[in-house]
Design a protein. Structure first.
Length: 172
């Protein structure tokens, strides 16, 4: 198996309400890194300003790492293994697709209408849909993909496509 030099990751963020009004951006994630550090006051001030300027507005928040659903990606037995934490989702709400060198995980989570009528003080539980794609160093074998879902963890295994060996052809 070729070493996995890089895994490019693109995602559409899940919908998570945020106590502030802005959508999570790289700047937000930068401030979040300093939550408990010397800049924690700036982070609180930014959130207070967001709340003051846009009261009641909700934006998308991504996972604790700032990258959508949290995943682990590793190699085992000549296959790539992707473990995605998707608590609260049902098996039928999730899809896995392989095209070329890209693996895409998507899901949709519906909240009940009566729950949306509550007067929330803080709402961080995930709802809505997400999509996350990972590009691997080479083409993936779509026939080798397996996916299992247990206790909120989606575990996907996929092998890289086997390289075609060259053959010398005699010239007549």
């Amino acid at each position: 198996m070729r070493p996995m030099f890089r895994v490019e990751d693109t995602m559409a963020a899940p919908t998570l309400p945020r106590e502030s009004s802005i959508v999570a951006t790289p700047i937000d994630r930068l401030f979040d890194m300093f939550e408990e550090g010397p800049f924690s006051g700036f982070n609180r001030m930014r959130r207070m300003m967001d709340a003051m300027l846009n009261p009641g507005a909700q934006g998308a928040v991504v996972s604790a790492t700032g990258d959508g659903i949290p995943v682990n990606i590793y190699e085992k037995d000549n296959a790539y293994v992707v473990e995605a934490a998707v608590p609260g989702y049902k098996r039928e709400d999730l899809t896995v697709e392989v095209i070329g060198d890209t693996l895409t995980i998507a899901g949709k989570y519906e909240t009940k209408t009566e729950e949306e009528q509550k007067n929330y003080h803080r709402r961080e539980m995930r709802h809505g849909s997400f999509s996350r794609s990972f590009s691997f160093p080479g083409a993936l074998d779509p026939k080798s993909v397996t996916a299992a879902f247990e206790n909120g963890i989606l575990r996907i295994s996929v092998r890289p496509e086997q390289l075609v060996h060259s053959t010398k052809v005699p010239i007549s």
